[in-house]
Design a protein around this ligand. Sequence first.
Ligand code: SF4
Length: 350
Amino acid sequence: MEKPNFYDFNLSSLSDFLVEGGHKKFRAQQLFRWVYGLRVTDPESMTNLSKEFRKDIPLLFDFILPKKTSELVSEDTTRKYLFDMGGGLSVETVLIPSKGRYTLCVSSEVGCNLACKFCFTGKQKLLKRLSVSEIVGQYLQVRDSLPEDIRISNIVFMGMGEPLDNCQAVFPAIDIFHDSWGINLSRKKITVSTSGLVDRIPKIINSGTRLAVSLNGSNDQVRSGIMPINKKWNIEKLMGACQEHYRQSKDRITFEYVLLSGVTDSLEHAKELHRITRSVPSKINIIPFNEHPQSDYKRPSESQIDRFQKEMMRLGSHVLRRKTMGRDIYAACGQLNSLAKDHPGKMSVL
Ligand code: SF4
């Protein structure tokens, strides 16, 4: 009979599973500490467990992580990993260095059905929603491959896929990332980014993580033109959900706004963007478009980017320009796509 994968359990489902099998509940915490805290999966090395329980472990679980099949390093030291998710499918994960900190951008799906027009992932139809182990596995495999002095301090769900389209795996994975017996990251160091699945935004409040909204359009006409999800949940509904999120969480939201030349980058757009976001305590990240082979959109000129940012600042918005990282290896925002044949540059097969 096929055994469950240990990495698919959060602490509470592991406790239930063990108790149902006649084991003590506290074994779940002990196992979490060994596996996530100490990265030990050999039962014989788990010295504080009884001999009988140690013998049972290989009968209870498999310990399977997705395989890292390649790794690219950018000129700016951003790293992009390709993970094999079985059945010929794969996802990309990006490790971004910034001022001595490391942020891991994880994927939640192979491809994405939301089909945002500017996004390389959106060109790949949804082929698979990842499991808990496939999400947590991206973190563990990267962490295990890094030198000891490099610590991943933040996790962002901004890789391939819409995280709120895969809640059944994303939220248990967040439990493992946060659990003090597990990976032990503060909830505020974890950010979930959504394109605007309004009815699922309350789940982010419950998880205690940070919310980022991929906004990208300053009015419904523009936003519906580049993000089909806006036809279902327009800007008014999205902002209503954001206001409610802030009311309950008291946590400032990040709005991401991609600057597409001639589409979203005029001073009129800046004024509209200020108007629609000012009702929510927020920060706006402007992201100059990162071009990729399957898009006709263009990145605005530096002077236009500068004008846009200055106009937002003049109006009183808290606006930052997102530093572009990893563009030479197609690891920058909106550039992920696991069809390796579309990738430029050197794919270093491990
Ligand atoms: S931006 Fe996000 S939601 Fe939109 S297609 Fe890309 S991965 Fe999907």
